[in-house]
Design a protein around this ligand. Structure first.
Ligand SMILES: C[S@@+](CC[C@H](N)C(=O)[O-])C[C@H]1O[C@@H](n2cnc3c(N)ncnc32)[C@H](O)[C@@H]1O
Length: 272
């Protein structure tokens, strides 16, 4: 790929999604662009570039960003945050919100939904009394394709083999052909919605008791990461919890978040 072509796509993706495409990954970027060019019936990446640089429609822009997202995820990823939810976070919030009887969770880079469904399974399995509360798990992502799959809730054998205990598979999924389809009782707890984390958060988003923002900030520059974390701070309910990915640094985290170690996971409680 010619350097100016790489630069054009890297700048476009960074401007609109925050995702920094590193130069050493140029081969990966090229292969994804090649696939996109083929899918859109362009001759090659160069023709896609000609088109995008001359007349970039919002739809083409979104397709390019979509092609650059990494949607890797699995059920109960890292385990420990879900243990923390079960053992401390939900029990504490249950007491704190006993009057309002409302709990809102946000999977802020939900990809294909496994994180949101994992939260739903924790609630169903260990806190059935909360099912009579106003309960919502909001699952958002920049990738429409990923969200579509999450909303469908149909996973392959390989996907359910990753992280999902077999007891939960049997209890919360039904086999349909080669897919495992999530049960309605979990799905009804979750709302899927497209949301770009680098845009100002819509006022209709409301506030959250628990935010999972895992393995997405790693794709952003330090400045964008700090901006996203500030935006998240604005939608935290008092004493709400934020979870980042296990390997992610809290650099840029607003001071109102207090670091807390629960079991083997680190999370951040909003005291601001
Ligand atoms: C590696 S996945 C992480 C999924 C899940 N949180 C987990 O930990 O398993 C990263 C997700 O971030 C999404 N993403 C990337 N940039 C985004 C942005 N600006 N706004 C919202 N989502 C974004 C991607 O589409 C992708 O689905």
């Amino acid at each position: 790929m010619r350097p100016e072509v790489y630069r054009f796509f890297a700048d476009l993706v960074q401007k609109h999604s925050g995702i920094v495409l590193k130069e050493e990954k140029a081969y990966l970027i090229e292969s994804r662009l090649r696939e996109l060019a083929r899918a859109l019936n362009y001759r090659d990446v160069d023709q896609l570039y000609q088109m995008a640089s001359k007349r970039l429609t919002p739809q083409l822009r979104d397709e390019i960003i979509e092609a650059m997202t990494t949607n890797e995820t699995y059920f109960f990823r890292d385990q420990h945050p879900f243990e923390a939810l079960r053992k401390e976070v939900i029990p504490e919030l249950k007491k704190l919100r006993a009057k309002e009887k409302e709990l809102r969770f946000w999977s802020a880079a939900a990809s294909t939904g496994q994180e949101a469904y994992s939260i739903a399974m924790i609630i169903h399995e260990y806190f059935p009394e909360l099912l009579s509360w106003r309960l919502q798990i909001l699952a958002t992502d920049i990738s429409r394709e990923a969200l579509k799959k999450g909303e469908k809730g149909a996973y392959s054998q390989i996907e359910v083999n990753r992280g999902l205990p077999v007891t939960f598979l049997v209890k919360y999924f039904k086999q349909n052909g080669s897919k495992w389809v999530v049960s309605e009782k979990l799905r009804r707890l979750i709302t899927f919605r497209k949301l770009n984390l680098v845009d100002p958060l819509p006022p209709t988003l409301g506030k959250f008791d628990v935010v999972f923002c895992r393995y997405v900030l790693i794709y952003f520059s330090p400045e964008v990461k700090a901006k996203v974390l500030q935006n998240i701070a604005r939608v935290m309910k008092p004493k709400g919890y934020l979870f980042l990915g296990a390997t992610e640094s809290p650099q840029g985290l607003p001071a109102g978040f207090k670091r807390k170690m629960i079991g083997r996971t680190i999370c951040y409680q909003w005291e601001g």
